[in-house]
Design a protein around this ligand. Structure first.
Ligand code: SF4
Length: 234
């Protein structure tokens, strides 16, 4: 999220231009590493602040004391389903984060980890839209990101990430309840964690239901996710 963004920038003159998302393999490696280490991402936001204006609830952890000390308490409320101390920062009637002032993040140096780690290139990587209508600003940005590839194996990696995201959406019923997230961001992240399964397996997209081979793939996906979450796989 940019500290210098101005509200008009997303819809302004650069609307049709492509944006360099970088080498796909480098991006994939650093994104997986950020997931493992729970660290922020280096995103070339430029002057874009679309994600600060897209009706997101921002999760802030109890240990983010510097951040919490800079946000008025009345803007925070307990995060449902998470341990005490985890809070959410909401948004105004136009979907804007209240810490966005004059088009800039007013706490940029101390912004939440959620904001530091947000990277809308995950949607371009997974080939899915960011979600509901109130994410239109981000969707516009996502359409413009273009990854580059130096080798055929990089292209295969990207295809595998997209195949993973499609499988998760089309074949959610092949998994036990609750395994496949509903939220677009979480589906994209899940696909990034388990994409290697789709370097090995192929399936017929555009169909629903669960053939025996789909259950086999779903099992491999869950095992890959467990390995990733267990941080065995780097
Ligand atoms: S805290 Fe700052 S970076 Fe995060 S959504 Fe709000 S304005 Fe954007």
């Amino acid at each position: 999220m940019s500290k210098d963004a101005k509200p008009r920038d997303i819809v302004g003159m650069t609307e049709q231009q492509n944006l360099d998302a970088g080498r796909f393999s480098s991006w994939l490696r650093s994104t997986r590493s950020a997931q493992i280490n729970d660290s922020g991402a280096e995103v070339p936001c430029g002057e874009c602040n679309a994600c600060c204006r897209s009706s997101y609830f921002i999760h802030i952890r109890p240990e983010e004391t510097e951040t919490l000390s800079r946000i008025p308490g009345e803007l925070l409320f307990p995060a449902p389903g998470l341990p005490k101390g985890n809070v959410l920062l909401g948004y105004d009637e136009k979907g804007r984060c209240p810490m966005l002032i004059d088009g800039k993040c007013s706490i940029y140096e101390h912004r939440p980890l959620t904001c530091r780690s947000y990277d809308c290139r995950v949607f371009s990587a997974a080939g899915i839209a960011p979600g509901e209508d109130d994410k239109a600003l981000i969707a516009e940005r996502v359409r413009r990101w273009k990854f580059s590839y130096l080798t055929e194996s990089e292209r295969k990696q990207h295809s595998a990430v997209q195949a993973a995201a499609t499988f998760l959406r089309e074949r959610a019923e092949c998994f036990p309840a609750g395994v496949v997230p509903r939220n677009s961001t979480q589906v994209a992240i899940f696909a990034i964690k388990v994409y290697k399964v789709f370097l090995r397996y192929e399936y017929k997209s555009g169909e629903t239901g669960c053939a025996p081979d789909d259950f086999k793939i779903a099992k491999a996906v869950m095992e890959a996710n467990e390995r990733f979450e267990g941080k065995y796989e780097r």
